[in-house]
Design a protein around this ligand. Sequence first.
Ligand code: ZN
Length: 624
Amino acid sequence: MPLLRLQNTSKSTTSNREAREGTIARPNIRAESGNNLPAPFWSSLSRKTVRQQIKDKYKLLSETARRRGFFWGSFEIYGGLSGFLDLGPLGVGLKRQIEDRWREFFLRRHGFIEVSTPIITPHKVLEASGHVENFKDPMTECSNCHRRFRADQLVKEATGLETEGMSLEQLGSLLKERHVKCPECGGELGSPQYFMTMFKTSIGPYGEDPAYGRPEAAQGIFVNFRRIFETMREKFPIGIAQVGTVLRNEISPRQGPLRLREFTIMDFELFFDPEEPDCPYLDEVASDELSIVTEENRKEGTENAISVEVGEAVKKQLIKAPWAAYFMALSKRFLNQLGVEGQHQRFFEKLPTERAHYSAQTFDHEVRLDRWGWTEVAGFAYRTDYDLRKHMEATGEDLRVFKPYPTPRVRQVKSIRANHQNIRKLFQEETGRVADLISKDDPEKLLRAKKAGQPVKIGSYTVPPDCFDVVQEEVKETGTRFLPHVIEPSFGVERLLYTTLEYNLTMREDRIILRLPFNLAPIQASVFPLVNKDGLPKRATEVLEALIANGLRVDYDESGSIGRRYARADEAGVPLGITIDYDTLKDDTVTVRDRDSWNQMRTPIGTLSSTIHTIVKEGFKPSK
Ligand SMILES: [Zn+2]
């Protein structure tokens, strides 16, 4: 079932229609809160229906998201298209905040840097990186309706077996043995074949240069590694990030906003010296607990997570790279800030057969979602030197990093000196060629010949020992060159956005409140003139402009009753409401309303910005 089809939700929801058409105009006075609050949008529905709605958070969230402008399926008016998602004004706002918090959390404090490279990537780059060969999924086609599906997913759904990494033959025989049929029409499924999941295109008018939409942002970093390293004055270890669109031509995406064909990735590559793998920040997180489903547990057939401190996980080599362990701990803290508590997070180690072709160890960071169960929101791959090595082999460019020795090292080497005078006597016009061959030969071999006084065969020539000497020399070396290893934390922004919404979606007295933290909220305060006349809108606009000038994200809403506006703001996750009323005109004070408690306080306009900062720091303290 394509979950992003508009008709799914539009026909199912009287509540949705009611919300748009305004059954919520009826005021519902609640003595205990002291506010004039509207009835919730489903007030005409029974309590049972309300409980069912919160039970299916995906449905409730999708409707709220569409109604308030967070997200909806793309190309709605053409019937929708699976695997594509539109973000509305609030969705764009929330996405930007998640990205910026991520930058603060992972990049700024470590001095990591960010680049931006093209989405269209030439064939030769993705061929060198192994994607052309490896970026494919097993596909099966229904012989009756000719719809195509991921063979491994159908087998997994039908058998419960872990199918990632199974061969086409294994999948094919499981489809047959277990009598798996087409999920759409019940028809017979054909033998699985590979389908390349990169979007293919060609550059220029003649189509002679094949290219792909990038399936990950990392290759743009690897191919630029040396240039970025040089512009950063060869600082090392170095973290290089990219936030941008990636494309994956999924065969049959059936998980709404979670499985997208076009989405935003936030990732960075941490380049380090494999001889010095320690992470200097590890101590800061050493006692953080991680919940890990290890490769070992999975091989024994369980998905039970073990709880282990980060320091221990590194000591016991559960996590091979200390940098990976550090970033996993940070990632857990980051998800915490988005509203996901620790018990709803875990790290899921991939089996060798499931890992991407470039990875020596991979953990998926998963969160528990109401409809979808454990869902990957980030991945931690130990890419070793795989990518740099491949690009170095393909281009001949030296992508190694120079590491100076603390003191220069002196090495004894044997080197060959050709004796041109003696060579000329024998070989005349071939002297140059023979001398060249001699100097490229093995010094040990020539030394043995010299000591024995015997001629030596070099190429097609027989060369007497007086044509060369082998001498001992001292060579001074100031350092060595190595290929860095890479740890890659990678986050899916749309999945984080959906997760953030789900974990902050709450109900209070049958109403939806989106409890987004102040620093994430796309709108931090809404300004409301109590009525739309008598100079209140003008005063409200002045307050709005002052708050914007103070760097807050503020909007203005004068449509409908004040209670209805509060309800709208609660659903949009706006932490504070600021109401301008007739008293404002007399004494220059406004009412500040707290979204989560619905409490109110009165404060002078002159100190409004600092009042807001105090609320953010210390919590909301209502006036007596
Ligand atoms: Zn079918």
